[in-house]
Design a protein around this ligand. Structure first.
Ligand SMILES: [Zn+2]
Ligand SMILES: [Zn+2]
Length: 155
């Protein structure tokens, strides 16, 4: 049987370790993650890049826009746009009335999953457990920092 002669090899990532099994954020199928990029399986990677480009181009052409408007005009779901924000591929501009929250302390951040403070407290083991990378550190909006300073000065 030809099939039995098929040769297989384990996949290795940059560190020389066998790639981890991850769930693709897009199609929810399991795939071998090779230790770089976002958690998309090879099948979704291309489609994802095309979708992301639609969102990016829309923003380039129209300037900053509400997520809902971007979603309606590009056909990309709000859920996916939110995913891009969490991955640190998109960010919320300073003048937005609404931001996303740090997953740990709930402070407003403009992109990613954690504020710089919480990210700096993460141990290496925690980073691995949370699948967290530096791109997911989100800046805290300046006006919030300003506001906090203002309140402090008044006291
Ligand atoms: Zn996939
Ligand atoms: Zn935080």
């Amino acid at each position: 049987m030809r099939e039995s002669r098929k040769i297989i090899a384990a996949k290795f990532n940059e560190d020389g370790n066998v790639g981890e099994t991850k769930i693709c954020v897009r199609c929810k199928r399991m795939f071998t993650y090779l230790g770089y990029g976002h958690f998309y399986c090879p099948m979704c990677r291309k489609a994802d890049e095309e979708d992301f480009l639609k969102v990016k181009n829309y923003i380039y052409e129209h300037g900053t826009a509400p997520a809902m408007e971007v979603s309606e005009n590009t056909g990309i779901s709000l859920e996916r746009i939110n995913q891009y924000l969490r991955e640190g591929r998109l960010e919320i501009p300073e003048n937005s009335p609404i931001f996303i929250k740090c997953e740990m302390c709930n402070v407003d951040i403009r992109s990613g999953r954690l504020c710089p403070d919480c990210a700096s407290k993460l141990s290496h083991a925690m980073r691995i457990k949370m699948d967290f990378d530096d791109e997911q550190i989100g800046p805290v909006p300046k006006k919030l920092i300003g506001k906090m300073r203002f309140i402090k000065n008044e006291k």
